[in-house]
Design a protein around this ligand. Structure first.
Ligand SMILES: NC(=O)c1ccc[n+]([C@@H]2O[C@H](COP(=O)([O-])OP(=O)(O)OC[C@H]3O[C@@H](n4cnc5c(N)ncnc54)[C@H](OP(=O)(O)O)[C@@H]3O)[C@@H](O)[C@H]2O)c1
Length: 234
């Protein structure tokens, strides 16, 4: 991917947070159309003739299939929708883990599979918004889902590379959105993260490390596991 101008893009979870900011900045970069996916499309408040609100619950196969039938011209899929319900991986109650896997793993897999023919034909791109917690096991059940998305992202990249499709994984610590509302720690703005994601798309990158935490943790992945967890991550 070199140029977003003229592209048609799908963003999931586009009604708030990082997804909404991605829609705004995609428009600024001259895309032809953005399908703004949301469980409730009435919640899409970016007013631009190029924005098409699209009903899309990434956990609902019928919703995903209907969206793919409607948005046949998509060349870039941005799997942004996510939930965070961090729960001990030793809990006997796996409901939260299962919900996180549905949204954060099976959601991106289902959406990408539904749109992949068009993405392949256009030698387009897939963006998966993961987390630094893909690599750092401090996120309990949420981290499990994001680690799985990391692996799935790399698998997608290998499968799609022969078709000229870029697959971009996005990794970061806290972002200043509803998801991190209760957190008292430094947060990157959604504006800054979205800008880096779109820069990464336009430069053909495979990964965006959107803050210092992600860069530090990524740089330490080669270390023995005991050493990784002995030192502060960032
Ligand atoms: N915020 C952080 O600190 C942080 C850090 C690292 C990674 N991330 C990741 O960044 C991405 C964006 O999160 P955010 O910070 O913007 O969070 P957010 O403000 O909580 O927004 C989450 C979005 O996902 C949507 N969503 C949830 N379940 C969905 C479903 N089943 N189908 C379709 N959409 C669904 C939400 O829609 P509704 O309005 O309908 O609920 C909302 O639009 C997520 O993948 C998140 O895991 C966030």
């Amino acid at each position: 991917m070199t140029d977003l101008a003229g592209q048609t893009v799908l963003v999931t979870g586009a009604n708030r947070g990082l997804g909404r900011e991605l829609v705004v900045q995609l428009l600024e970069r001259g895309v032809a159309r953005v399908y703004a996916g949301a469980r409730d499309p009435r919640a899409i408040d970016v007013t631009d003739g190029r924005v098409e609100p699209l009903r899309l619950d990434v956990t609902d196969p019928a919703s995903v299939a209907a969206a793919a039938r409607t948005a046949r011209d998509v060349g870039i899929v941005v799997n942004n929708a996510g939930i965070s319900l961090p729960t001990s991986v030793l809990s006997t109650d796996t409901a939260n883990l299962r919900s996180e896997l549905e949204v954060n793993l099976f959601g991106p897999l289902a959406v990408t599979a539904a749109f992949v023919d068009g993405v392949r034909e256009r030698s387009g791109a897939v963006v998966n918004v993961a987390s630094v917690l893909s690599w750092l096991a401090l996120g309990a059940s949420y981290g499990v889902s994001k680690a799985a998305l990391w692996s799935a992202t790399d698998s997608m990249r290998l499968e799609l590379a022969p078709h000229g499709v870029q697959v971009l994984g996005v990794y970061m610590g806290y972002v200043d959105t509803d998801m991190a509302r209760g957190v008292e720690a430094p947060k990157t703005s959604a504006t800054d993260v979205a800008r880096q994601v779109l820069d990464g798309l336009e430069s053909g990158a495979s990964e965006v490390l959107a803050d210092g935490t992600a860069r530090a943790v990524r740089a330490g992945l080669h270390l023995p596991v005991d050493e990784r967890y002995a030192a502060p991550a960032a």
